[in-house]
Design a protein around this ligand. Sequence first.
Ligand SMILES: Nc1ncnc2c1ncn2[C@@H]1O[C@H](COP(=O)(O)OP(=O)(O)OP(=O)(O)O)[C@@H](O)[C@H]1O
Ligand SMILES: Nc1ncnc2c1ncn2[C@@H]1O[C@H](COP(=O)(O)OP(=O)(O)OP(=O)(O)O)[C@@H](O)[C@H]1O
Lengths: 218, 218
Amino acid sequence: ALKFIIIGMGEFGLSICKQLAELHLEVLAIDREPEKIQIAQSIATNAVAVDATDENALKAIGVNKYDVAVVAIGTDLEASVLITLLLKQFGIKKVVAKAVTELHKKVLLKIGADMVVLPEVEGGKRLANSLVGPNILDSFELSGDIRYVEFKSPKSFFEKTISELKIRNVYNLNIIGIKRGDEKVEFVPAGDTVIKENDILMVIGEMNDVIKFQEKEK
Amino acid sequence: ALKFIIIGMGEFGLSICKQLAELHLEVLAIDREPEKIQIAQSIATNAVAVDATDENALKAIGVNKYDVAVVAIGTDLEASVLITLLLKQFGIKKVVAKAVTELHKKVLLKIGADMVVLPEVEGGKRLANSLVGPNILDSFELSGDIRYVEFKSPKSFFEKTISELKIRNVYNLNIIGIKRGDEKVEFVPAGDTVIKENDILMVIGEMNDVIKFQEKEK
Ligand SMILES: Nc1ncnc2c1ncn2[C@@H]1O[C@H](COP(=O)(O)OP(=O)(O)OP(=O)(O)O)[C@@H](O)[C@H]1O
Ligand SMILES: Nc1ncnc2c1ncn2[C@@H]1O[C@H](COP(=O)(O)OP(=O)(O)OP(=O)(O)O)[C@@H](O)[C@H]1O
């Protein structure tokens, strides 16, 4: 199983530790502040207070034994760049770094980060997409050009079957699930499924088609 | 069409403005710092420098005319609580607030926020999920109990059809799309589709089933 090292116990780093621990994975938490390590102790497999820009300290912890590292430091670009460089030097296969701006991201990718995430920017985009239609409950990019949208069934859909509505033909969207009250989700529903009032439709499709539908919906 | 007011031009708030503007929606950007408003001017429909805790200033801008407001202030809980309260008082139907911790979230919900988002915490959880398997390219909660996973087709799947693999029966997962190189995504592929090396499988299912599959994968 993969072994993880997370550096920087801000809300982002701590949340990563929590989720990995919940999946029963081995995770080492690093932060230079003892109080942050105190909190991380009860969450991560191990937690050590060190300054991650200190090459000797990293060596002493044996960072080279880890498969994946996340540099979860947002405010100090210099530190996150230096730490990323050191971790790649130590041979860690996958180093993910947090960035706050697109410029930070460019720098981190140039110096060797395998992946860069911007939780604030990505979260803002996702929230915006979910707010554009009163019927839209959630909406985000699945990947590349594909978007997922979850919305309350519009009145015009009530009591019609999926085939009848020709959703694929008319809207170029695909219904991949229907949520009905507390019932289990019906995944990839059959064409003769009748859409009811209060059904929540889970749809995927290409960006342009989903946006067209969202704009039509609002 | 809905009219939006975004208060707080940090990376999160600014990103919301960008995305709404890209969808051709009317958005007013608010921040008390003029330099932040300078940046927002080129992105939002309108941008005004005011202290959003000032009830008279909010009245003067005519906040009551807006349908959706986002209070994108993370570090100052007092300010975000006060602003949320004022916006609800002014009659804005949907007020979304950013929070940094779960405790902040509880407070904001109690005082009337319609929705609270934690971009750092949610981003951390999502990143963790996408890191757990070497073949897993992305993974996140679609909603409630349902998770989406994108992963490189495992060797054991090559040259077999979807029906043959009995993915629904064996893993209780649903293939909702296949990405093959630069080709368009094939949504809801037919059961006789043959899975090839390098295919990226887009799968949805309930949390437990996806986690079981992910743990088996790693
Ligand atoms: N050189 C370093 N070595 C180890 N830990 C560090 C180093 N520099 C910063 N940190 C730690 O990284 C953590 C996150 O730093 P950051 O400045 O990004 O905080 P933050 O913006 O509040 O994080 P978040 O947005 O995730 O809540 C802090 O707990 C800090 O102590
Ligand atoms: N009372 C207020 N009225 C208007 N704007 C405010 C008020 N208080 C704070 N802001 C603005 O909110 C913005 C975001 O504040 P915050 O302290 O959350 O910054 P941040 O953590 O850097 O944001 P982000 O994480 O989104 O980048 C700042 O630009 C700040 O000027």
